[in-house]
Design a protein around this ligand. Structure first.
Ligand code: KG4
Ligand code: ZN
Length: 375
């Protein structure tokens, strides 16, 4: 079954064709990063306008890739899948409206897909001609960790297609914490990749973690107090908070370099500073993950989302999973960030929102993993 997927939930306009849920036949991502860089973050109106401008071309490009790979045309597309949440409403609308039109024009079914659930499908995608690796079904029950610019969520997956949120950040997502720190330090947007790169200078060689009392600046590892209402009934040991970390960085910088508008942070200080900050985020993510892995007997740890590109996080989660005796499933770098292959791929397994319900649905900017049908 060939499914054409469309993704437009934030600042990437993407289209892909995936066979039988896992084999990526064609994958096109137009990233708007350059448009948002001057503002240090995603500007919703700029994002939706760019989606409108680019989406037809991106779909044409993906169809061309599909034709080149298979010799087949649009008659060989069996269904259309699209992200309908969570994300920016004005961005989601563009993809959803386009997908509805495309499904009607092709006379094929439409599947509505949850973006976060789709991030957890990325480790199971493979490019045509590559070895397929483990099947999602054989990894169940699994613990999922979705870490992106908008989410940091631990998800219990009893079987493939079942999702229950067991932990999450109470404020900023991990990606947001990276982005805000980079903005504060004048390192540009998005922050994750640049902090990852600069921090590597401190871990030299990359797999050697500096030791000793002064190796890292001690930043707080946000642990919410048990019983606070923001937990909404979730286990405090499976939740986190990153807003205090960002404030601690600000205080450290003000204390060390002053508050003058023209203050300069010496370049030589940057690797230790950003790696200390990165280490705090990575430790929090690994600690909660280790706790979650102790609670149930899982067969795998599945990680997805843009932050899972982070080299130090990949290494640390691999250690965490090994200590718990489970394999860690990480996506190939090309599938960590937002893409449509994950949408088309998951749709093969999870056709929960389909048919007339999919055609009638609106975007759901706060959609949670595990929601079966929109209310
Ligand atoms: O999954 P994604 O592409 O979009 C969302 O769904 O949010 O994630 C984007 C986030 C950004 O916050 C970006 O800074 C972060 O992923 N990111 C990274 C790295 N590459 C991207 N964070 C840490 N290390 C990286 N190498
Ligand atoms: Zn995402």
């Amino acid at each position: 079954m060939n499914i054409l997927g469309i993704e437009s939930s934030c600042d990437e306009t993407a289209c892909a064709v995936v066979r039988d849920g896992r084999e990526v036949l064609s994958n096109v991502v137009y990233t708007q990063i350059k448009l948002h860089q001057p503002y240090g973050g995603v500007v919703p109106e700029i994002a939706s306008r760019a989606h409108i401008e680019k989406i037809s071309g991106v779909i044409d490009c993906a169809m061309q890739g599909f034709r080149e790979k298979t010799g087949l045309g649009k008659e060989a597309i069996d269904a259309v899948a699209v992200t309908y949440g969570p994300g920016l409403a004005s961005s989601l609308i563009v993809g959803l409206a386009t997908a509805k039109g495309l499904a009607l024009a092709l006379g094929k079914p439409l599947f509505g897909i949850n973006h976060m659930e789709a991030h957890l499908h990325t480790p199971f995608l493979f490019d045509s001609g590559e070895a397929p690796g483990l099947k999602p079904e054989s990894c169940m029950p699994a613990l999922g960790l979705a870490v992106s610019g908008g989410h940091t969520t631990w998800i219990d997956m009893p079987s493939y297609g079942e999702y229950e949120v067991v932990g999450q950040t109470l404020d900023d997502a991990a990606g947001e914490a990276f982005d805000k720190a980079a903005k504060l330090l004048g390192l540009g947007y998005p922050g994750g990749p640049v902090i990852d790169r600069v921090a590597k200078k401190w871990y030299d060689p990359p797999n050697l973690v500096p030791q000793g009392p002064d190796a890292f600046i001690p930043f707080p590892k946000g642990r919410p107090r048990a019983g606070v209402s923001a937990l909404a009934g979730l286990d405090a040991d499976l939740c986190t908070s990153f807003s205090g970390l960002k404030t601690a960085l600000l205080h450290h910088v003000n204390r060390t370099y002053g508050t003058a508008p023209d203050r300069k942070i010496p370049e030589a200080d940057m690797p230790r500073l950003v790696s200390s900050y990165q280490e705090a985020i990575v430790e929090v993510l690994a600690d909660r993950t280790a706790h979650a892995l102790r609670r149930r007997a899982y067969k795998a740890l599945i990680v997805g989302g843009g932050v899972s590109l982070n080299g130090r996080l990949r290494a640390k989660l691999s250690e965490t999973a090994a200590a718990a005796g489970v394999p860690v499933m990480l996506a190939k770098p090309g599938y960590c960030g937002d893409n449509a292959a994950m949408i088309a791929g998951l749709a093969f397994y999870r056709q929960n929102l389909s048919g007339d319900a999919a055609l009638a649905t609106d975007v759901m900017p706060t959609l949670q993993p595990g929601s079966m049908l929109p209310m």
